[in-house]
Design a binder for this molecule. Structure first.
Ligand code: GLC
Length: 466
């Protein structure tokens, strides 16, 4: 249901004061307009929302155009939303709380689906018969809530370590080695100003990096039974490493605590950093010699383990999903568009244009994927299959906000890592109790059969220079 529109301001001219010929003209024009409207009324108008930056924006616009050509009765309008995951989330929540039917199609982050599903904001897709088994199981699990599928995975993200191959020829085997490599490269005459750039702003990106350091030291946010373990010794060591080795040591820029994906990419692309933590999308723009100073001089590899016992190389599972707004007036047409955008051909085209990893398993044996993405497809496939998901729960956003605040307090030395994580753990426990989620989280685990990939550790994909 659409909200009532604001009535247009009344026409300020009194008809009686107009000349006859003019009145006829207006009438005829009205009839024409009426006809135009009538024929347009056979058209279904869909609004598609999502990130549409740079090459990705060009690709989305092209694919929407292709879709409209194949479906002449459907017109799709693109509604841009912010790139910052937390800002987009906020905007969606405002719209959906107001029961607005636009945008019809929502680009959801992998961690939002349970929240949107539990709130009744997105439609279950089962009625459309999606071929779920063709996608990576972890991406389907992330989009399933209480046994029903609510979104189709569009592309998969895994956290990667980018490095300058002209400065550090071999990938670091441990985090400690990474720090030494960074310091040595910075100390070279004319060496880059920074050792590593990452997403340190207080938003979802900070949590994705934290999950990787957590795994590297052998820690987790929740254990298998849903207990909060984010203040255990391994987690404290991970946060200490972020604060002392990655931030206070000044191998990262001072203002990294305000940076998102794009600020990190710009810095690395301009040659000012030895390493960067980012998602696969960054490869495309950075390989383009016309805009990148590091084209042909960088490689991607997994974020290494700390080197401490119990730690393992970890990549956070991210990615985008497409879901239908529960208040949409055209769910069938919306699904048609989702099915089109997530079809093999469009996914392959996305990989070729922006280097993002497909969520369809069969594409990993398609030879065209080999030249499209930065690492061999079999390595990308293994990285996705073993990537670490963030907790699958409708209260994820609140949980993440608590952690974001406490991590920042520790990084800026307002609190010691142990105290900040104790505070995070007790606030997350209070949240779980207040929302009655302890029971729901275990119910979800039974109905969705969540695989325990956390702790599996990402196998090391082979290095590949760009
Ligand atoms: C990327 C990932 C998403 C993650 C976000 C954090 O968009 O796909 O899962 O939450 O970055 O910034």
């Amino acid at each position: 249901m659409l909200p009532a529109r604001t009535p247009s301001p009344s026409f300020p001219v009194r008809f009686s004061s107009l000349s006859k010929p003019l009145l006829v003209l207006i009438g005829v024009a009205g009839i024409f307009l009426g006809c135009a409207r009538a024929s347009k009324s056979h058209e279904t108008v869909l609004t598609f929302s999502g990130s549409a930056l740079g090459a990705e924006g060009t690709l989305v616009a092209k694919q929407l155009k292709d879709f409209m050509r194949l479906n002449p009765g459907i017109r799709v309008e693109l509604q841009r939303t912010p790139d910052d995951a937390s800002q987009r989330h906020q905007l969606y929540v405002q719209w959906l709380n107001a029961r607005v039917g636009n945008p019809d199609i929502l680009q959801l982050d992998v961690v939002w689906t349970p929240e949107f599903a539990a709130a009744g904001w997105v439609l279950p897709l089962d009625r459309f018969g999606p071929a779920s088994s063709e996608f990576f199981p972890a991406t389907i699990v992330a989009n399933t809530w209480a046994g029903r599928l609510y979104a189709l995975p569009w592309f998969a993200d895994v956290g990667l370590l980018y490095r300058r191959t002209d400065l550090v020829p071999r990938e670091p085997a441990t985090l400690h080695e990474l720090v030494t490599d960074a310091q040595q490269a910075m100390a070279r005459p004319g060496g880059p100003r920074f050792g590593i750039v990452w997403q340190g702003a207080r938003y979802e990106g900070l949590i994705t990096g934290f999950v990787e350091y957590l795994g590297a030291f052998g820690g987790r946010i929740l254990d298998d039974s849903g207990r909060v373990v984010v203040n255990q010794p391994a987690a404290v060591r991970a946060l200490q490493f972020m604060r002392d080795e990655l931030y206070a040591s000044q191998i990262a820029p001072l203002d990294v605590l305000t940076w998102h994906e794009e600020e990190a990419r710009f810095a690395f692309q301009n040659g000012t950093s030895v390493f960067m933590r980012n998602w696969p999308y960054a490869v495309g723009a950075m390989s383009d010699k016309t805009q990148s100073r590091v084209a042909g001089k960088f490689a991607v590899s997994p974020i290494p383990a700390s080197g401490d016992p119990g730690g393992h190389s970890t990549a956070t599972l991210g990615g985008a999903q497409l879901a239908i707004n529960a208040y949409s007036e055209s769910p069938a047409a919306a699904y048609k568009l989702i099915a089109y955008l997530t079809a093999p051909q469009q996914m392959l085209e996305r990989a070729q244009a922006v280097g993002q990893y497909p969520t369809r398993q069969s594409l990993y044996s398609d030879p065209r994927l080999r030249t499209a993405i930065a690492i061999p497809p079999e390595d990308a496939r293994r990285a996705i299959e073993s990537a670490t998901p963030r907790p699958v729960t409708p209260i994820y956003t609140e949980l993440s906000e608590i952690l974001q605040i406490e991590l920042h307090r520790a990084l800026v030395r307002q609190a010691e890592p142990q105290d900040a994580l104790n505070s995070a753990a007790s606030r997350i426990n209070a949240l779980i109790d207040r929302t009655g989620m302890r029971k729901l989280m275990s119910a979800a685990r039974q109905t969705t059969d969540v695989p325990d990939t956390a702790g599996a550790g990402a196998p090391l994909p082979a290095d590949r220079s760009q």
